[in-house]
Design a protein around this ligand. Structure first.
Ligand code: AMP
Length: 290
């Protein structure tokens, strides 16, 4: 395929090109995004290129995953810039579905995942994961890729997608890509564009606090007091905390005392009106005291 990506806007055109690709025996990787692409998104495209012959990047700002009062109308959009970045990486196909095609009149189906969605972001964004699961199901069925790649930045989302793909027997392998960060530690996010200059200076402290918290845990400090201290620090810095928790990497069960299994520290916090999320792995540690 040529180095200039094919721009596909309809499901029909996508199906045609996917069918041709399959007939020629080539494998397909899908990287779903909402655009305003940064190095985090591009790292997933690069990973996709190492795994399959053909890479499809989709760009769709999915309305159903935004709750009432969230930032759907102001969500950053940069169609031209996105296409240039994807072209530079040698992306084969850019899929730009239209909202009318994704959700035609009469659309009445939702994919919901229980349990995993009742915690972390699912508490303050109760309709979010159903929106994600529904649109990702549609994208997977439209693109029929061999693999689809999602970032660990949205770790809970990655687990939710793995869950429904397994439960619904969708024949695709789901891969996670590592979190890409600014040099100061701030996880790249399209929403970082909302931060004021002053907020941008404070924002890396979110990751720094997670790293300090992990150090305290590795130094056998009790989990509960370490969490309390980390929350106090974030509040002092001006963060409005949604959650700061340690949870199991597979089922997201809450860990309150001993970290006796692979876990991650998860945080969501507002800086002004911008909601930031982050997470880091934490290995099992035998706590000195509960
Ligand atoms: P979004 O456009 O925010 O829906 O993100 C599209 C994909 O990029 C999702 O799988 C995200 O988890 C992933 N992603 C977003 N930010 C990052 C990052 N900083 N590092 C790695 N992956 C990311």
């Amino acid at each position: 395929m040529s180095s200039k990506p094919k721009i596909i806007r309809s499901i029909q055109a996508l199906r045609k090109i996917v069918a041709c690709t399959r007939t020629s025996g080539k494998t397909i990787a899908l990287v779903p995004t909402m655009g305003a692409l940064h190095e985090g998104h591009l790292s997933l495209v690069k990973l996709a290129k190492t795994k399959c012959d053909i890479v499809i990047a989709s760009i769709f700002v999915n309305p159903t995953q935004f709750g009432q009062g969230e930032d759907l109308s102001t969500y950053p959009r940069d169609s031209k810039g996105d296409q240039a970045k994807l072209a530079q990486l040698g992306t084969d196909i850019i899929y730009l579905p239209k909202a009318e095609q994704m959700y035609p009149e009469g659309f009445a189906t939702t994919v919901t995942v229980t349990d995993l969605t009742n915690v972390l972001c699912g508490v303050s964004r109760p309709t979010h994961f159903a929106g994600v699961a529904t649109v990702v199901t549609k994208l997977l069925l439209q693109c029929l890729p061999d693999i689809a790649i999602f970032g660990e930045k949205d770790y809970q989302q990655l687990l939710v997608i793995k869950r429904f793909v397994q439960d619904l027997n969708i024949p695709v392998k789901i891969l996670g890509g590592p979190i890409i960060r600014e040099t100061d530690g701030l996880a790249l996010s399209s929403r970082n564009a909302y931060l004021t200059k002053a907020e941008r200076e404070v924002a890396p402290k979110l990751n720094e606090t997670l790293l300090n918290l992990r150090q305290n845990l590795y130094a056998r400090q009790p989990l509960s007091t370490s969490l309390t201290a980390a929350k106090r620090r974030l509040k002092t810095l001006g963060f409005d905390i949604d959650y700061l928790e340690v949870r199991d990497v597979k089922d997201l069960s809450l860990i309150t005392k001993t970290i006796n299994r692979p876990a991650r520290i998860f945080v969501a916090a507002y800086l002004g009106t911008t909601r930031l999320i982050d997470n880091i792995p934490v290995r099992s540690v035998a706590q000195a005291k509960p």
